[in-house]
Design a protein around this ligand. Structure first.
Ligand code: NAG
Ligand code: NAG
Ligand code: NAG
Ligand code: NAG
Ligand code: NAG
Ligand code: NAG
Ligand code: NAG
Ligand code: NAG
Ligand code: NAG
Ligand code: NAG
Ligand code: NAG
Ligand code: NAG
Length: 469
């Protein structure tokens, strides 16, 4: 037998032998105690209609109506066809973000960008209408981040046949996600993650810690949790086997209660049934280290939450954060926003109204009027600005104090979604600058209503009274 044929066999045998032992040449990222202050680069490499509505509206022909607006990136590409979709997406990728944005992000006091990307940026599946090309922009963004001294979390935001049914996965099918409907979708996701680990966890990318780590999968909704754990274990082991860098692997909480993931992280096991007839089971294992659970928190997706006043919300945030603090594993709040309404046009999806106004398809009684919040932010009343600032301050403080930190969703929008637009909120004094320059929340307590603040205001006004007198 020819030695050239034997060689790969020998090498792979050797490699598989040493994977079981600690690899002394593993590169540490040195970011174990990193405190996250991040923003997501939403709506860029995975389209979201409410972040860039104009892209979606621009697909309308003169003989069409609003019903013909595509609901997500999948249908955007399908409607335009590969050439036109590619042309428009490249224009969008080129224009929505550049190095200047990352410099601004850094100047705002943030230290990380979370970059959502879809599987189709790495490898499409047969019959997909998606166009590829976003991967090059992810790579550009990593260079911008490195130049601005920002860390990058790469976030697999869209899996085949949608892991959550939301438009932000690339394919909207609200309430009926389909990622686990066929093993080929899950297998394709493994394959794409393996490509990501090989590219971003070895070679030049592994020699510095710009890339803090990879999020396996964003927001799986209502999954079979045993299958999801199997997938988390499999992907984690792939990450450690493929990567030479010991970076952070992020597991999204999948809408489970705080504390749900503690045992899983500790024991790293899942038992799956491999033959339903005989009940044959096998247990799969991983030795988890450097794993962070990514919690997401919004207060606008049920009528009950929407009805809460600001004080109730502040209390909710404190309670929520303190339960994260007690969960016994590393966590971040990897998505939250300033939203106290679901009024941003198309937030719930193209063509869908709001629960806040009780407009179709929502059937709840109206809770309020979207006119005020949907105005341009410079027209917001003083009281609104104050309330939004209190809400933001409480979140920044509590998430920072009770977890490894936070990542706001998202850095910027086309303009119609102020509650979700960190840049606009900073410019208009709703996000503190510097970020810890709290005006109302002191040591985690909202002081905006207390006599102390009123008193201090009187003292501030005293010299003016004296001048008047
Ligand atoms: C150990 O790390 C080196 C590079 O740092 C890599 O070439 C080698 O494949 C790794 N071995 C294993 C078993 O992971
Ligand atoms: C997009 O189209 C919808 C429906 O016609 C319209 O209500 C909305 O104002 C448009 N948005 C933008 C940003 O053009
Ligand atoms: C609109 O016109 C285009 C041709 O310009 C045609 O292909 C399409 O079917 C028409 N759509 C509708 C909804 O009538
Ligand atoms: C980024 O784009 C903005 C306009 O959108 C422009 O003002 C700025 O100069 C660009 N920065 C770079 C580095 O090209
Ligand atoms: C997944 O399967 C379920 C059950 O058959 C179905 O209701 C759902 O629409 C499927 N989802 C997708 C995106 O195919
Ligand atoms: C982590 O720190 C060590 C010691 O300072 C250094 O050698 C190594 O290159 C750093 N790792 C990364 C990924 O920057
Ligand atoms: C995981 O391991 C723990 C500790 O050995 C055990 O209590 C638990 O039942 C195991 N869980 C599964 C799903 O195998
Ligand atoms: C499950 O076990 C039964 C009984 O041993 C066997 O006939 C069947 O082929 C098995 N099914 C699978 C999918 O392995
Ligand atoms: C397999 O488990 C189910 C549910 O736990 C049980 O009803 C069934 O009898 C078991 N089948 C066998 C062959 O043990
Ligand atoms: C976990 O670590 C133990 C002890 O080092 C080792 O025997 C086992 O193979 C590891 N398991 C996995 C799945 O890496
Ligand atoms: C990876 O880093 C974690 C701490 O962040 C450490 O516990 C673990 O031992 C490291 N793994 C390797 C293979 O160096
Ligand atoms: C909301 O308020 C505006 C003016 O503040 C008014 O014109 C509009 O009719 C109100 N809309 C609803 C749904 O009550």
């Amino acid at each position: 037998m020819n030695i050239h044929i034997l060689l790969p066999v020998v090498v792979s045998f050797f490699v598989s032998l040493v994977t079981c032992t600690t690899n002394s040449s593993i590169i540490q990222t040195n970011l174990t105690d990193f405190q996250y202050k991040g923003v997501s680069i939403g709506g860029w490499l995975v389209l979201e209609p409410y972040i860039t509505p104009s892209l979606f509206n621009a697909t309308l022909l003169s003989n069409e109506t609003a019903n013909d607006i595509p609901t997500d990136e999948y249908h955007f590409c399908e409607k335009l066809g590969p050439d036109e979709a590619k042309k428009r997406l490249v224009e969008h990728w080129e224009s929505m973000y550049n190095e200047t944005d990352f410099q601004e992000i850094k100047q705002t006091g943030l230290n990380l960008v979370r970059i959502p990307i879809g599987y189709w940026a790495f490898e499409t599946m047969d019959g997909d209408p998606y166009v590829s090309g976003a991967q090059d922009y992810l790579d550009k963004a990593i260079e911008w981040a490195r130049s601005s001294d920002l860390k990058v979390m790469i976030d697999l935001h869209g899996a085949p046949n949608t892991q959550n049914g939301f438009d932000n996965s690339g394919l909207r099918n609200l309430g009926y996600p389909g990622w686990q409907n066929k093993t080929e979708y899950i297998d394709h996701t493994y394959k794409v993650l393996q490509q990501m680990f090989a590219k971003y966890g070895t070679g030049d990318y592994a020699t510095d810690d710009t890339i803090i780590g990879i999020e396996i999968l964003n927001e799986p909704f209502n999954p079979d949790l045993t299958k999801l754990k199997d997938f988390y274990i499999g992907s984690y082991n792939d990450a450690r086997n493929i990567q030479i860098v010991n970076n952070t692997i992020f597991f999204q909480e999948a809408f489970q209660p705080i504390g749900y993931w503690a045992d899983f992280l500790q024991y790293g096991n899942v038992t799956i049934t491999t033959n339903a007839t005989t009940n044959r089971t096998i247990t799969k294992r991983a030795n988890f280290s450097n794993v962070v659970i990514d919690h997401h928190h919004y207060e606008v997706f049920t009528p009950n939450q929407l009805a809460n006043n600001v004080s109730t919300r502040l209390q909710d945030i404190s309670n929520y954060a303190s339960s994260i603090g007690k969960a016994g594993h590393k966590s971040i709040v990897g998505e939250f926003s300033a939203a106290m309404t679901d009024c941003a046009p198309w937030l719930n999806g193209v063509g869908l109204g709001s629960r806040y106004e009780g407009t179709a398809p929502y059937t709840n009684d109206p809770i309020g009027n979207c006119t005020a919040v949907n105005q341009s932010i410079d027209k917001w009343s003083k009281q609104m600005k104050k309330d939004y600032r209190r809400f933001m301050e409480m979140q920044l403080y509590q998430y920072g104090a009770n977890s490894r930190g936070w990542i706001f969703w998202c850095w910027k929008t086309e303009g119609g979604a102020t509650e979700w637009d960190f840049r606009a909120l900073v410019k208009n004094g709703i996000v503190p600058q510097p970020l810890d320059n709290y005006k109302y929340v002191k040591n985690g307590v909202d002081t905006s209503m207390s006599s102390k603040v009123i008193l201090s205001k009187i003292f501030l006004l005293l010299p003016i009274f004296m001048v008047i007198l």
